[in-house]
Design a protein around this ligand. Structure first.
Ligand SMILES: O=P(O)(O)OC[C@H]1O[C@H](OP(=O)(O)O)[C@H](O)[C@@H]1O
Length: 307
């Protein structure tokens, strides 16, 4: 349990972050927990796995990759402890392998849509979006990137470091400069924390203003998302919860101490409606947002009774 708590804390404090990485870390935690679990009965095994699953899922509410990963990794059908343990280990390892493979596939598929000379704008730090950008560059396309700072956690600094390592010409801008630079942009590529059944995107706060600016300037808006970022529970009407993080990520508590009439709001994500999205690049191909429902029904393998 100690290791599970450690992983949960890393996810909560964002030491481990990015919807895909969170999912992999949770699958690893479930796998290692199941491997070392000492129980007297199958009932005890089932209860312990259930408790740990719920605990991991509670760490961050928005990234649907987390419950999807936990659900896929912790599946077992056997009524025997040793067999069920092995099933979880196998399923978790399979999930991790597929997640890595999905990033590569997204890179390959998405990079075919990038043209020589493209200026690409990206937001926050998405490993899926970066996979497309770096693959396009590695296949010889002469591209450059405009990366947003992504306040308040400034994940844009991770993005520029990554792009610099690949020697990709990159410009860092503040979030409020997005519309100012949109005219010179060819494509916007962002990641996803969740995609709803109606094709709406949930991603880092500020994504919707990129989409709006891209729409206004008639620039292509691409989303890079593994299929495990599609949200099954939105099919049955559950909304995706937007995580609101602590005020001290935005401003130091000492500043607020003298300002009794001021409150700080810090939503970590926002919604981008499907009509602003040109395509979603997934590990099973490029889809229009209207196909989100099909991805959930046919490729995610969730039964409605499970939701
Ligand atoms: O899975 P990958 O593509 O890496 O990232 C997907 C999304 O996860 C991140 O959330 P946070 O920084 O964890 O809050 C960003 O919103 C990013 O676009």
């Amino acid at each position: 349990m100690e290791k599970v708590q450690e992983t949960a804390e890393k996810i909560r404090t964002m030491e481990v972050r990015g919807a895909g990485r969170i999912a992999k870390a949770a699958a690893e935690a479930i796998r290692d927990y199941a491997a070392g679990l000492e129980v007297a009965s199958m009932e005890e095994f089932a209860t312990s796995i259930q408790e740990v699953s719920s605990f991991l899922i509670s760490t961050r509410p928005t990234a649907v990759s987390l419950p999807n990963a936990v659900k896929l990794a912790s599946r077992y059908s056997s009524g025997n402890v040793e067999e069920a343990r092995q099933e979880i280990i196998t399923n978790a390892n399979l999930f991790i392998k597929r997640a890595d493979r999905a990033l590569e596939k997204i890179g390959k598929i998405g990079s075919r849509r990038i043209q020589d000379g493209d200026v690409i704008m990206t937001h926050c730090n998405s490993h899926a979006a970066l996979s497309i950008i770096t693959t396009a560059f590695d296949t010889g396309k002469d591209i450059s990137v405009i990366a947003t700072e992504s306040r308040p956690r400034r994940q844009g600094l991770l993005t520029i470091r990554h792009l610099n390592d690949f020697s990709i010409p990159t410009t860092l801008i503040v979030d409020s400069a997005v519309r100012y630079y949109m005219k010179g942009v060819d494509k916007v590529i962002v990641g996803a924390d969740a995609i709803a059944a109606n094709g709406a995107l949930v991603n880092k706060i500020g994504t919707s203003q990129l989409a709006l600016a891209a729409h206004e300037a008639r620039k292509s808006f691409m989303v890079a998302a593994e299929t495990f970022k599609f949200s099954p529970s939105t099919i049955v009407g559950n909304p995706i919860e937007i995580e609101e993080r602590a005020a001290d990520e935005v401003v130091a508590p000492s500043v607020l101490a003298d300002l009794p009439h001021v409150q700080v709001r810090n939503p970590a994500f926002d919604f981008t409606p499907a009509e602003y999205i040109d395509m979603i690049v997934t590990d099973i191909g490029i889809i229009p947002p209207a196909m989100a429902y099909t991805v959930i029904k046919e490729h995610l393998g969730w039964e409605f009774e499970e939701i």
